[in-house]
Design a protein around this ligand. Structure first.
Ligand SMILES: *Cc1c(COP(=O)(O)O)cnc(C)c1O
Length: 384
């Protein structure tokens, strides 16, 4: 095996796919420090600046003091505190579902959800947008199920595949994100719900990048729908400024998942400090309309500026704005040039994005300012 490690690393280096960890230190709002330099941070998912909000830090500390740093057990054994149930009820109210359950992370939630669903019906036909998150792919693969990928946001294609492969299957499951993590565009959820109903399919929506940012009170794009997806997941690790994740669904579905989702059952319950940060975020986020609105304005400004300069930002219409460059090498060079100019704009390469679509994924935060976006555009102008 040791030779294989070396080969695998060498292969990645040769194809500009090699990745390594580079530490940053949080700086003033909207900035990070690296190698003693201050970089404007356009690469975080801290869309509302809550990761450094004093109230989240205070509440995390308070809950650690009151309830301890560890939950002491898994949820079904002895780890369920009143606090877990309180937060789960708050999440259900926030997402306007009957019930909700917490997970250690969004990755773990998706990785546990699909095997639990497919345990019920191993021959169910699964349909997923080509661009859904790695954790959804992992969950489907872990269930040893082959899925049918439909072209990104192409719901006509989804319907074709449902006709072709869904009809004779004993059940159907559709998986999408509401805001796509690497493209910053949105799914047509109303039509997806209609398609799911028409084909008697279960609809699963990942709201990782919409939660906190979009929808009434930042509740995401599913909360206000009259007819909702069957299962919604989301995370506290992005706009909510903390860590951990949730699945929100009917009481019956949650009841089943508590009994069947391995990544929920066989892991220690989320610890009190994390729950405290969740509680504070749930207090603050619904009232952050001003922050959401400036985030939207900054997104419009950066997108318009980039497209004036001739850059391709795809179908982005959110706080996530990709600049597709193409090859891994060119994208790495672009990222290095940005860093040289004082901006953190990290290169995203395959397998995170499709081959030939390497990109700088700009992500904005409400703590950013118009003048800072102007500065980024000035730097990008220098490249044309
Ligand atoms: C980040 C992300 C996840 C994973 O969430 P974590 O809480 O960070 O593990 C899941 N789905 C999507 C679409 C994501 O972007």
């Amino acid at each position: 095996m040791h030779e294989r490690f070396a080969e695998a690393i060498a292969e990645r280096k040769a194809s500009d796919r090699y990745r390594s960890l580079r530490a940053i230190t949080p700086g003033p709002p909207g900035f990070v420090m690296r190698d003693e330099r201050e970089l404007l941070d356009l690469s975080s998912n801290d869309y509302l600046g809550l990761a450094r909000h004093p109230e989240l830090a205070r509440r995390a500390g308070e809950w650690a003091e009151n309830f301890g740093t560890g939950a002491r057990g898994s949820r079904l054994v002895s780890g369920t505190l009143e606090a877990h149930s309180t937060i789960e009820a708050r999440v259900a109210a926030f997402k306007r579902t009957e019930s909700a359950m917490l997970f250690a992370s969004g990755w773990q939630a998706n990785a546990a959800l699909f095997p639990a669903l497919l345990k019920l019906e191993p021959k169910a036909a699964v349909f997923a947008d080509w661009l859904v998150h790695a954790s959804i792919h992992h969950g489907i693969a872990a269930a040893r199920t082959k899925h049918h990928g439909y072209r990104h946001n192409d719901l006509d294609h989804l319907e074709e595949l449902l006709e072709q492969h869904g009809r004779n299957a004993p059940a159907r499951i559709i998986a999408t994100e509401s805001v796509f993590s690497m493209d910053g565009d949105r799914a047509d959820l109303e039509r997806l719900v209609r398609i799911a109903r028409d084909h008697d399919a279960l609809l699963v929506v990942d709201e990782a990048h919409a939660t906190g940012v979009l929808g009434e009170g930042g509740a995401g794009l599913t909360a206000a729908l009259a007819d909702k997806p069957d299962i919604v997941m989301g995370t506290f690790s992005k706009a909510m400024g903390g860590f951990g994740a949730y699945i929100a669904a009917s009481a019956q579905i949650c009841d089943y998942l508590i009994n069947a989702a391995s990544g929920f059952i066989y892991t220690t319950a989320p610890p009190p400090p994390i729950l405290g940060a969740m509680d504070a975020a749930l207090d603050l986020v619904p009232g952050m309309d001003a922050e959401r609105s400036s985030l939207e304005t900054l997104g419009d400004q950066l997108r318009a500026g980039l497209s004036d300069l001739g850059f391709d930002t795809g179908a982005s219409n959110t706080q996530i704005i990709p600049v597709t460059i193409g090859s891994e090498a060119d994208t790495l060079a672009a990222s290095a040039a940005l860093e040289e100019a004082g901006v953190l704009g990290v290169a995203i390469r395959p397998p995170t994005v499709p081959l030939g679509e390497s990109r700088i994924r700009f992500s904005l935060s409400s703590v950013h300012q118009v003048a800072q976006v102007d500065r980024v555009l000035d730097i990008m102008r220098g490249w044309r």
